[in-house]
Design a protein. Structure first.
Ligand SMILES: *Cc1c(COP(=O)(O)O)cnc(C)c1O
Length: 514
């Protein structure tokens, strides 16, 4: 790498070299960016949801580190040309892939403000800390959880879930765990259903329990944790000398949106002396909606993981962990070195230092996008999103049930519908391939984005609505396109398997899209 060219460095004229020499030209670029983005949002419905990247766009990201300035105008022009049009598409009304929110405009404005003032939410005495504290309390209230809980905004529910389990572990093992690590010769178990999110496996690995400590017990016909199986698993572990530590109940599973019987799990945890953790990444805010009864018992959790960037529509990424007993939370993470000592006055004052509740020291101002969202729209607007998308899922399920070529594979949980295209004479493996291919074709058509999963051994197409922009007719458009592509793929598969010379592939694997 060549040394920097001294003559290219800014002259010591009072500018830092990164701030513009001329604020007015920066202002006009900033206005243009905002104008373009508002146009983008206003016209988003008429654009494809997702489009495949052309090769030249893909290759444009291969270049080496730029040592010399292109200027902010050029940098933005490249973003406008190569990034915005080929982004994921979850800001579009017909994006229902995995389980994501669409983001909301007020949250985007908050991000701009947060990034300009650029505070560090690790701690200290400044009003952004109060904003985050208020967001923690507001979210607890919205979820129906005690507002006395301690809480921390994190990157998402994966982190939130891990913090919850970390507190469970240190609560059980006390200060010796922090000093010496896991005790020799003892083994622990964490319970959840076969439908729990994969992040819990990661947590068990990273917390030193090992992935095998995660007992994934069977679900009932509605994909909810089978309580009898849970009791048997706990008994079997105790008999084998393994110490049950915590139960993870799902308030909305990622595959089907099933909500476990939280009240019953709470009772069991109480009886057995186990930590009760709720993964509320999807349904944790149902308490705000007219479906609050679904999550009765959530308020009894020892720890609760929530996601704001899913059903609650905040721009990615922001999740939240709540811990019922603040001392247990602090005792898990607090390390206060001399350079972070809290002072009675001055900027180092402040009662709550968020760094004592999690891993990160430097933390961004994620809280502002949640705070401005609640303030601008009111919490009832988010309740309305939950109610509307739930109703849309039920309506879609009705259309699927009434369609002779479609089959529904699970009860509607939260706002998730699992379905499958069917055709007479094709076995499950052939239908798996058809559905998988039809999903890809829908994505490539730009009409909608849905993704698939496997339910009870067969490919299931998931429509996970979670999108405040979706209208009923968007879902109609998808269903029509999906059936059309399903028919096409079936017809092509039949041609391939009957035409001489063309070797039929195992299980009737679909042909590549033409
Ligand atoms: C999405 C999800 C997670 C992980 O949350 P991230 O915000 O993506 O890290 C955990 N659990 C469930 C049930 C989820 O749906």
């Amino acid at each position: 790498m060549a040394p920097p060219d001294e003559s290219a460095l800014p002259a010591p004229d009072g500018s830092t070299g990164l701030d513009p020499q001329d604020w007015d030209s920066f202002r006009s670029l900033a206005h243009r960016v905002v104008d373009d983005l508002v146009d983008h949002l206003a016209g988003r419905r008429d654009e494809p949801v997702w489009r495949a990247m052309p090769d030249d766009v893909r290759r444009s990201f291969d270049g080496p580190l730029p040592r010399t300035p292109a200027g902010a105008d050029v940098a933005y022009a490249e973003v406008a040309e190569r990034v915005i049009p080929y982004s994921m598409g979850n800001d579009h009304p017909r994006f229902w892939g995995w389980y994501m929110g669409a983001g909301h405009p007020v949250g985007s404005l908050a991000d701009l403000v947060a990034s300009v003032i650029n505070p560090n939410l690790g701690g200290a005495d400044h009003s952004p800390v109060l904003v985050e504290q208020q967001v923690v309390r507001w979210c607890a209230e919205a979820a129906g959880y005690p507002t006395t809980a301690s809480g921390l905004l994190v990157g998402g529910a994966s982190e939130a879930n891990m913090v919850g389990l970390a507190v469970a572990r240190s609560h059980r093992l006390g200060p010796a765990l922090r000093e010496h690590g896991l005790p020799d010769g003892r083994r622990f178990a964490v319970y959840g259903s076969t439908e729990v999110h994969s992040c819990h496996r990661k947590s068990c690995e990273l917390l030193g329990l090992g992935a095998s400590a995660l007992r994934q017990v069977p679900v009932d016909d509605d994909f909810r944790l089978d309580l009898g199986a849970l009791r048997s698993a706990i008994d079997a572990d105790r008999a084998a000398g393994i110490e049950p530590l915590a139960v993870v109940a799902s308030a909305g599973t990622v595959n089907t949106g099933a909500v476990d019987d939280l009240e019953a799990v709470a009772d069991l945890c109480e009886r057995e002396g186990l930590w009760f953790h709720v993964d509320g990444a999807i349904g944790g805010f149902l308490g705000l909606s007219s479906h609050a009864a679904t999550v009765r018992g959530l308020e009894r959790a020892d720890s609760l993981a929530l996601d704001l960037h899913k059903w609650m529509q905040a721009p990615i990424d922001v999740g939240l962990v709540l811990v019922r007993e603040e001392p247990a939370h602090r005792a898990t993470f607090s390390v206060v070195p001399t350079y972070l000592a809290h002072a009675p006055r001055g900027i180092s004052a402040g009662e709550v230092w968020f760094t004592e509740y999690g891993l990160a020291l430097s933390r961004g101002f994620r809280a502002l996008r949640v705070w401005m969202g609640f303030r601008a729209y009111g919490a009832d607007a988010f309740a309305a999103v939950i109610d509307r998308t739930t109703a849309q899922a039920r309506r879609l399920a009705g259309l699927v049930d009434a369609h002779p070529e479609l089959q529904r594979l699970a009860p509607v949980g939260c706002d998730i519908v699992c379905l499958r295209y069917t055709a007479p004479g094709l076995d499950d493996a052939a239908l798996d391939a058809v559905n998988h291919e039809a999903v890809i074709r829908v994505q490539e058509s730009g009409i909608a984005v849905v993704t698939d999963t496997v339910l009870r051994g067969v490919v299931a197409v998931r429509v996970a609505i979670a999108n405040h922009r979706t209208r009923d007719d968007d879902l109609d458009l998808f269903l029509e396109a999906f059936v059309r592509h399903g028919r096409d793929v079936v017809a092509e598969t039949a041609q391939v398997t009957t035409s001489p010379g063309a070797a039929p592939t195992a299980g009737g694997t679909a042909t590549a899209p033409s």
